[in-house]
Ligand binder design. Sequence first.
Ligand SMILES: Cc1ncc(COP(=O)(O)O)c(C=O)c1O
Length: 477
Amino acid sequence: MHIDDAALHFDPRFEDPQELRRITRRGFFRRLIGGTAAGAALLSFGSNAFGAAAPPLNSLGRGATPDDERYWELVAGQFLIRKGLTYMNTGTRGPSPRSVHMAQIEAMVGIDSDYSGYTENAYNKDYRAELRNKMAAFLGVKTTEVAFTNNTTEGMVFGTFGPDLKRGDEIIYTNHDHSGGAHPILLRAAREGLAVKVIDLSDRKFHPPKSPDDLLKAFETAITPKTKLLSFCHINYTDGGVLPVKDICAMARAKGVLTLVDGAQTPGMMALDLHDLGCDMYAGPSHKWMMASMYTGFFYVREGIQDRVWPTLYAGLVNGKNMYGREPAGDDANFYKKETPGLARFELRGSSHYPARVSIGASLDFHNHLTREAVEARDRYLAQRLHKGLRAIDGVDLYTSDDPRLGCAIVAFTVKGVPTKTVNDLLWDRHVIYIRKVTHPEIGWDVNRASMHLMVTVRQVDTLIGAIQEIATQKPS
Ligand SMILES: Cc1ncc(COP(=O)(O)O)c(C=O)c1O
């Protein structure tokens, strides 16, 4: 690995357990939160205690054009990613920018230093209501239509197990879905005697398809009178393909079929308007393209069908009554009516991780500051540049479309004659570029996959293209 450890962004004291204990004992974190000069410096986004000097986020303008490299390099400088490392795997994990990272740390310090003060003055009712407002606005939904979850998979489980179904009813998914969406379907079907149909997208003609209609047709022909639930990805994690969600959902609704969309790869990459998409249910993470902390996500159910979706992991009121057989009164009543309205009942499952929720708020601020539209345009710009560069290389196969209706910020490719693992290993060994591969021999799938998000610069994209050119020429095995 060609990394100069001295150039790591982290304060080396944090890597030395003894030193860490010593500064913690000295009340370091108390001072950090107490607003001393040192603490303030550490908490400010531009501090270099946790990273190289970077301008504060709010000093950057809003809505820059996608090719304004000077601006986007400053945005890329907001991340803690260590110097020399090119990170191109937001599809798995979107590392938090400094403001999000620090908001989470601040919440942890608040909880452990003064829990009652923190929950009264910082993480209080007003903060939580505002957080829900921001999340709803980000998704284009009502506040009563969204619940916070811990990841995409939880939402997919809720959406799969929530609706009443009877023996013989059919659920459909595709073989390019993620196991987080497909396995819950198989579990429910095995337990309740439901039928399952898998739409076969393994044919090369779907990667990429010529037109969104090719995908729509594959979905339409799969539906039968038995079909009650259709579960599929907004963006495939396998090839980065964007599905025609709006058309598929309209088609399904006309046939009386509920739709559950796996949005693991979309929020924070594409500006979303779930009402416009017209899906019944949508599950997503906040820990990927939104770049909040790990273990964050959301679940949406449109207003019109909420009474058809049972919460499955739930410890709230049943038929409006509490464990004493009473309707709640006083603070309890307020909590249920005002704090967990509509879909938020899906959050009634014990204590949550406040710092993670706080990181969602900070990540929404981060995106809203840059603007969702500018972020999507930048991601597309980087992906288009990568796409064009790879297309020009003899011996590279692309599986993602550059048609904006069919692709966005994930690019899947292979180098003829070079195993995907070798490609990834060489990118890492020679250039410290981190991408992933997606391999499913059961459906003949084995590709390299690069994610283009805000921590990536044009220079890094060009280095990747050059590195792939080199590999394609040398053809190492
Ligand atoms: C399409 C898709 N669905 C579901 C998941 C699982 O997401 P999570 O870890 O948020 O549950 C992933 C993770 O990469 C994914 O790409």
